[in-house]
Ligand binder design. Structure first.
Ligand SMILES: Cc1cc2nc3c(=O)[nH]c(=O)nc-3n(C[C@H](O)[C@H](O)[C@H](O)COP(=O)(O)OP(=O)(O)OC[C@H]3O[C@@H](n4cnc5c(N)ncnc54)[C@H](O)[C@@H]3O)c2cc1C
Length: 430
């Protein structure tokens, strides 16, 4: 059996481990267009901040690929998948055959979509290569402009500020984290960031990147020009699906998968940030771009590549960070815009504390908590297990809500988790 995995990060590495659980001898090829063995992408912020070195963010021991008998091909990009011939074609024209294929190609930063964006000095915040260039320029110039006030834009700002760099964040919407938390939570986090020295400007975006080959200035969409040699783009990501563009593998936002993480083509699987999988709150397909979800999907997809038997339970959208000692987490459905939901809120903006839970009927479907994330695990378990929380409704926002207080409710649900399959039927998941 020849297994081929495209992408060597959270999903790809866990897939190797999943395959080797069940098949000790099949041939495994892993191909990545990056020049590094797998590393923890989430820790790029710490690397840029100077808090960790490259070797501290490696995802597995150096001998991982040997130990798991993997042939690792680095620095090569897959251009397309030829489904009929069961092979992938690389950018350099070489082809690689497979019996089972996993697409674990993740996502890439969206571009700004303005003139001059190709100049040297404009980077995404996704890879170690980006990070090395960012560090080089930031240390030379001492300043950076970031477009986008989402989680990645703010993580870039935080990492650079920790490094001692002056950072300006330009946000087109009226507040930071507009896709991640509600407006009250955003105000609290935005104010905290500003108090810690990050300049945030709202309602402005880029119009053109100016300079002769290298970035010198940025023209904003209000006509103003600001000096900048380092520009970071944090405008969200899109799934790396181009390799299946001309193939029968179906793509929506991401590559569509079934309950076994198989794509629309038999023998081809997808996992991680590139895959559209079951969302337990939305009860439909979604791309939940999360490290933990990528790991779980990779492991399950790997096992299913050997023997299609393990159902993926699904994930819940989540976002979390800790900026200058202010931790926050937002999980599930939190930006309520329709009828049928109830929000319970406890807010203390003066002390940067905020807690909100969102209920649909008697079930928890989302929460935000700032500056006290101790209840986050309990809330997440209640959401995942779709527990009726009416008996603990009055204490839902209390800090003392802990596992012992919900143990009985969770145990009642043990082994009975219900969800909707990717085909729309109600299924029970252990
Ligand atoms: C700065 C930052 C902070 C983050 N913080 C968090 C966090 O706190 N919590 C959290 O849950 N998640 C976080 N994430 C998201 C998390 O890193 C991703 O969910 C995770 O990396 C997804 O893993 P993956 O294996 O699916 O894809 P990726 O990590 O994107 O890896 C895919 C790999 O495939 C390669 N590739 C792509 N196309 C091709 C091709 N055609 N040929 C060959 N190789 C290809 C890519 O270069 C890449 O190496 C963060 C991400 C970033 C960038």
């Amino acid at each position: 059996m020849r297994y081929l995995i495209v992408g060597s990060c959270a999903a790809g590495i866990n897939a190797v481990e999943g395959i080797r659980k069940l098949d000790k001898s099949g041939e495994i090829n892993v191909i990545s267009d990056e020049d590094f063995p797998a590393y923890c992408r989430c820790l790029i912020t710490d690397y840029v901040a100077g808090l960790r070195k490259k070797e501290d963010i490696l995802y597995r021991e150096k001998d991982f690929y040997d130990k798991y008998k993997v042939n690792l091909i680095l620095g090569e990009r897959v251009r397309e998948v030829d489904v009929s011939k069961k092979m992938v074609i690389l950018e350099n024209g070489r082809s690689l055959p497979y019996d089972k294929l996993l697409i674990a190609t993740g996502a890439s930063p969206k571009s700004l979509g303005v003139k001059g964006e190709d100049k040297y000095g404009v980077f995404g915040f996704r890879t170690l290569t980006d990070a090395d260039e960012i560090i080089k320029l930031a240390d030379k110039t001492g300043e950076a402009v970031i477009f986008g006030g989402g989680l990645i834009g703010l993580k870039a700002a935080y990492g650079l500020k920790k490094r001692g760099i002056n950072v300006k964040v330009m946000v087109k919407s009226p507040r930071v984290l507009s896709q991640v938390v509600d407006s009250e939570a955003a105000q609290i986090i935005g104010r905290w960031l500003q108090e810690n020295g990050i300049i945030i400007r709202t309602g402005v975006g880029p119009e053109e990147i100016l300079g002769d080959g290298e970035v010198q200035e940025v023209k904003l969409d209000n006509g103003e020009k600001i000096s900048a040699k380092l520009v970071i783009v944090g405008k969200g990501v899109s799934c790396n699906t181009s390799l299946v563009e001309n193939s029968p593998v179906k793509v929506h936002w991401g590559i569509i998968t079934d309950d076994f993480l198989q794509t629309s083509v038999e023998g081809i699987f997808a996992a991680g940030d590139v895959a559209e999988t079951r969302d337990l709150v939305l009860e439909r397909g979604n791309v939940n771009a999360l490290w933990t979800a990528a790991c779980e999907q990779g492991r399950i997809a790997g096992m299913n590549m050997v023997e299609k038997s393990k159902r993926y339970p699904g994930s819940i959208g989540a976002n979390s960070a800790d900026f200058f000692g202010l931790p926050f987490i937002s999980v599930g459905y939190v930006r309520v815009r329709e009828k049928g939901y109830e929000e319970l809120v406890k807010s203390d903006p003066k002390h940067y504390r905020y807690k909100k839970v969102v209920l649909k009927g008697n079930k928890l479907v989302g929460f935000i908590t700032i500056n006290n994330i101790e209840n986050a695990g309990v809330y997440t378990a209640l959401i995942r297990k779709k527990v009726d929380v009416s008996s603990i409704r009055d204490i839902l926002l209390e800090d003392y809500l802990d596992y012992p207080k919900v143990k009985d409710l969770l145990e009642e649900k043990e082994g009975l988790r219900e969800s909707v399959s990717m085909q729309g039927e109600i299924i029970k998941i252990a």
